[in-house]
Design a protein around this ligand. Structure first.
Ligand SMILES: [Zn+2]
Length: 615
């Protein structure tokens, strides 16, 4: 039933007078002075300008009738009328809690019963906000959102509880005239209020010394982030990432929306962003998962978590950063179950595999894997450790982060905040009597010195360096202050690597190399291909999400420290010289390995040229 009546005085309304008065019911008693009633009203609204109060028609329903209406259609826990009579505020919010309806479904029922129009979150976000005319605390407390109607700009009040007359009166006073009522869900109203800039608050200073955020804002952010739609949206993203074998999820806010991209096979790809959730709610949810401070939105933060997504266990690392439209978050996914590490999966050539196996039989010395970030160094190192991992060897690692868990290997993670760095861990490792030591990366002179010292004193040391080529590891270590004679006697081999995407077997397209093609496209000549050969290029099908690629494999160059190379270390030769000398004695460069993979049709020339350069 819908009660529409001429409101002469709200206090004669039987339903509301039967219940304890709410603080804002006192508005009428406050001599029409909204400030007394806890309202923030702009100065231009003086009592003299106030509209003749309560002379227009607002639809009002009876909450008791709504309870019985709802009880007929849905299950309601306990005796709602008895429990709601006790409550001072937010009767309908408590009624909603007694049902198992979603916020949206509940709002639909409210709108239907009270004969009011509905307003969904996207409409509220689009509508010009009038929230600046009120105190934000008040609007949140009574769950109303004032705005202008999109159609004609008339004042509109989106309410979650139309049985509450106080906010309607307050809005009419503050907006100097009648308002149209629309129904919004409790969640949507909270969301739009949390999102809209609060004009009452002093602008936050652009420095890190700005005042802390108001606690109610943080609370509402926390509430928002723990709301079912946001939790579901973040879970969906994680599931989708696992399904598509993504290694990272990037969440980046725009002015009103946000973009989500996933790194799959090393390349970023946009995915549809979750609908009807706010960017900052999603970011807050991610921050809560990673144990970050959601109140801190002005400084970058890093965190980690162990999560259960679908049926998989994953470790995630989260890094947030402030940008002009809010915070961005990057989630690195490290699935626990990453399949078995197998030397055959690395993508080495037959001779490369033999060389690597031979190197791993060495009792001591240093083996370095080089390449930029995301070139697969960690996987190669972890595979090498798996081969070395038997009960006869004690293996210690210091990593950042631990990406592969290898049972039987003592793995530790750097924690610079407590002084556990690559260098400090390495220094204590040598006292633990290990056979094999793995250092995630050599970044500084101190780590380089200790690693070389450990290799010299009878340990097999495995590590990585960020260098362009295998040979470039030599000048890099010399630059870090390692004595050339120490390097000569400890360095056993350097493995340079890149990752190329593999062509999708189902849709790759064969392309015979013709004289015409060689003349038109210089890339074929760059790779040294000849007329009559056949290569493959990317197609696109459902299996590879239209990219033409699926999976990745390594391109390797294995530089062994031969006598010639050792001499060059002694003369502090440049990387190019070392590469040239090593190639003369049979080393295949990453580029040449890539060309071989093009010829065998496993990858494309575009991929090889993307990750390598001819030297
Ligand atoms: Zn395909």
């Amino acid at each position: 039933m819908i009660l529409t009546k001429l409101k002469s005085d709200p206090d004669v309304d039987a339903a509301s007078s039967a219940l304890p008065k709410r603080p804002l019911d006192a508005l009428a008693a406050a001599d029409g002075n909204p400030e007394k009633a806890g309202l923030h009203v702009l100065a231009r609204v003086s009592p003299a300008q106030l509209p003749p109060p309560r002379t227009h028609i607002v639809p009002v329903g009876d909450w008791l009738e709504f309870v019985s209406y709802l009880a007929r259609k849905h299950s309601i826990a306990g005796d709602p009328i008895a429990s709601l009579r006790q409550s001072k505020n937010n009767r309908l919010r408590e009624l909603w809690a007694l049902t198992d309806l979603s916020a949206t479904d509940f709002a639909d029922e409210v709108a239907t019963f009270f004969g009011l129009g509905r307003m969904a979150l996207p409409q509220m976000m689009e509508a010009p906000s009038l929230a600046g005319e009120f105190s934000r605390r008040f609007l949140k407390e009574v769950a109303v959102f004032p705005c202008r109607a999109e159609e004609d700009g008339s004042p509109t009040l989106v309410v979650a509880d139309p049985t509450d007359p106080a906010p309607v009166h307050a809005a009419e006073l503050a907006l100097c005239g009648p308002v149209t009522l629309r129904v919004g869900s409790f969640e949507d109203i909270a969301t739009v209020l949390a999102d809209a800039p609060d004009e009452n608050e002093a602008p936050v200073a652009e420095t890190a010394t700005a005042l802390p955020q108001r606690t109610d804002d943080i609370d509402s952010l926390r509430d928002l982030a723990s709301g079912a739609p946001v939790v579901r949206a973040v879970n969906d993203l994680l599931e989708q990432a696992l399904e598509s074998r993504a290694t990272d999820i990037h969440v980046e806010p725009l002015r009103k929306s946000f973009v989500v991209r996933m790194r799959i096979d090393g390349v970023l790809r946009p995915v549809p962003s979750p609908a009807d959730v706010l960017p900052q709610a999603v970011i807050s949810r991610i921050k809560i998962l990673a144990g970050l401070n959601i109140a801190e939105r002005r400084l970058p933060q890093d965190g980690a978590a162990h999560l259960r997504v679908a049926r998989s266990q994953i470790d995630v690392r989260v890094a947030t950063m402030p940008t002009q439209y809010g915070e961005t978050a990057v989630i690195r996914l490290l699935p626990r179950d990453r399949g078995t590490l197998d030397i055959a999966k690395l993508g080495l050539s037959v001779s490369g595999e033999q060389t690597l196996n031979r190197l791993l039989t060495l009792p001591h010395g240093m083996i370095i894997v080089t390449g930029p970030t995301g070139s697969g160094k960690t996987t190669t190192l972890a595979t090498m450790l798996t081969i070395l991992n038997d009960s006869s060897r004690k293996i210690l690692t210091i990593e950042d982060p631990v990406e592969y868990e290898i049972p039987g290997v003592n793995q530790s993670q750097v924690k610079p905040e407590i002084g556990l760095t690559f260098a400090s861990a390495l220094r204590s490792f040598v006292r633990q009597d290990p056979d094999v030591i793995m250092v995630g990366e050599i970044r500084d002179s101190e780590t380089a010195h200790i690693a070389v010292h450990a290799a010299l004193t009878g340990h097999l040391v495995l590590t990585t360096l960020h260098t362009e080529s295998a040979a470039a590891a030599v000048p890099r270590l010399l630059d870090l202050g390692v004595e050339s004679f120490l390097l000569q006697s400890t360095l056993r081999a350097v493995i340079g690597q890149r990752l190329v995407r593999l062509l999708c077997e189902r849709c790759k397209i064969e392309r015979p190399v013709t004289t015409q093609l060689l003349a038109e496209d210089p890339r074929y000549l760059m790779l040294g291909l000849r007329s009559g050969e056949t290569v493959c290029e990317a197609g696109g099908c459902e299996r590879c999400s239209g990219t033409g690629y699926r999976g990745r494999s390594g391109l390797f160059e294995l530089l062994e420290t031969s006598d010639d190379v050792r001499d060059l270390i002694g003369t502090r030769a440049e990387a190019q010289n070392i590469t040239r000398v090593a190639a003369r004695s049979g080393m295949t460069t990453m580029f040449e390995h890539g060309v071989a993979k093009c010829r065998s049709g496993t990858t494309s020339i575009a991929e090889v040229l993307r990750v390598t350069t001819a030297r």
